[in-house]
Write a protein that binds this ligand. Structure first.
Ligand SMILES: NC(=O)C1=CN([C@@H]2O[C@H](COP(=O)(O)OP(=O)(O)OC[C@H]3O[C@@H](n4cnc5c(N)ncnc54)[C@H](O)[C@@H]3O)[C@@H](O)[C@H]2O)C=CC1
Ligand SMILES: O=C(CO)COP(=O)(O)O
Length: 331
């Protein structure tokens, strides 16, 4: 299998390294030719993973036609809200038979589509040619070879198994699953819940609060997932609770860090400024996840609160008391 990773941010670069380490010939596409040159010259990604040595066998290129020609596996690694526009520019160069795999964790604003749906809509690919990879996979840890597991989901199980083989290493252990919806909903909603955890820790709250948010966050993730056709077991697995715990607990998480800046009293613009151009997907996905929940009649109070803090001027303290003021009910 010949792979190309489209997007040389932190996760695209780390996954390209995983694929090469797994023995899969892989090219990394960068939008900016100067970044591709720097990666080829220094065997590091100076903008996104500066301390991490990349394998000699990993080549970067900014030439779309060249990288997509002959690629059997196209790994999409750009932020969710830019995936549609990116796919449109890639489309003329894509092979009809290539497997298209999303690494992005979000729900598209406006259309409320999951990333695999965006890929299928733009390319016209049948849904069984579209896969997603999702799990507790903080790029900085994977890039230095810390062991982790993940899920490769595709309706076509044999395609999922091929991808599993292409990215299995001594430190990266992919499991297959056919529940694409569950994996994508787990990945998108955990970013929103990580923002909530960050907010709570930013105002000085401790582990009981965080555990309560993670657990109730999982409950609302399962409610939404099931309403959309996901299997609850997927959300109890790596792409659900696994990723939720990793992201909500780690200072490496951009979403959690973003939330903690809001909790410390920074404005949205100030928190955005502090990201150094890295994406915190939950800030936009809180609004699309909330709209998706509303469309399907699903109650998601934490997502609602995160949306109100990010986009409607509610303070973190007001959000906490409004959540605690809800009517009592059985678990
Ligand atoms: N970093 C991580 O630990 C993980 C990230 N993800 C997901 O992977 C996706 C990509 O994230 P990262 O690589 O971490 O992001 P990043 O912020 O490190 O890099 C984003 C990449 O996309 C490119 N990009 C940014 N805006 C763009 C636009 N408008 N059009 C086209 N390209 C654009 C950037 O040049 C860069 O190459 C996100 O959906 C994220 O949730 C998933 C698992 C782990
Ligand atoms: O998805 C991730 C870990 O699995 C990365 O989370 P952040 O985008 O919050 O850094």
């Amino acid at each position: 299998m010949q792979a190309v990773v489209m997007g040389s941010g932190s996760w695209g670069t780390a996954m390209a390294k995983v694929l090469v380490d797994a023995g899969t010939p892989t090219v990394l596409w960068s939008r900016r030719p100067e970044l591709a040159d720097a990666i080829n010259r220094t065997h590091t990604n100076p903008d996104y993973l500066p301390q991490v040595p990349l394998p000699e066998g990993l080549r970067a290129s900014a030439d779309l036609a060249e990288v997509l020609a002959g690629a059997d596996l196209v790994v999409c690694a750009v932020p969710s809200q830019s995936l549609r526009a990116s796919m449109q520019t890639w489309l003329p160069h894509l092979a009809d038979t290539a497997t298209l795999m999303s690494l992005s964790k979000g729900v598209e604003t406006g259309t409320l589509l999951r990333m695999s749906e965006v890929i299928a809509e733009v390319t016209g690919a049948a849904s069984d040619r579209v896969a997603v990879l999702s799990g507790p996979n903080l790029a900085g840890e994977i890039a230095v070879g810390q062991p982790a597991a993940t899920v490769v989901a595709c309706e076509d199980e044999s395609r999922a198994r091929d991808i599993q083989k292409a990215c299995s290493t001594r430190y990266f252990r992919p499991y297959t699953n056919t529940d694409v919806v569950g994996c994508e909903i787990g990945g998108a909603v955990k970013n929103v819940i990580a923002l909530a955890c960050g907010m709570a820790s930013g105002v000085g709250l401790g582990e009981n609060t965080l555990a309560s948010i993670i657990t109730r966050g999982l409950a609302e993730t399962i409610r939404l997932g099931v309403a959309l056709g996901a299997r609850p077991e997927t959300l109890a697995g790596l792409a659900g609770v696994g990723d939720l715990v990793a992201t909500c607990s780690s200072p490496l998480s951009r979403n959690r860090t973003f939330g903690s800046r809001l909790g410390e009293g920074k404005t949205l613009a100030e928190a955005q400024e502090a990201t150094n151009g890295q994406v915190a997907e939950g800030v936009k996905s809180c609004t699309s996840v909330r709209a998706l929940a509303e469309k399907h009649g699903v109650d998601m109070p934490l997502t609602e609160a995160v949306h109100q803090v990010c986009h409607e001027g509610l303070t973190v303290t007001e959000a906490i008391y409004s959540l605690l003021g809800r009517r009592t009910k059985p678990e």
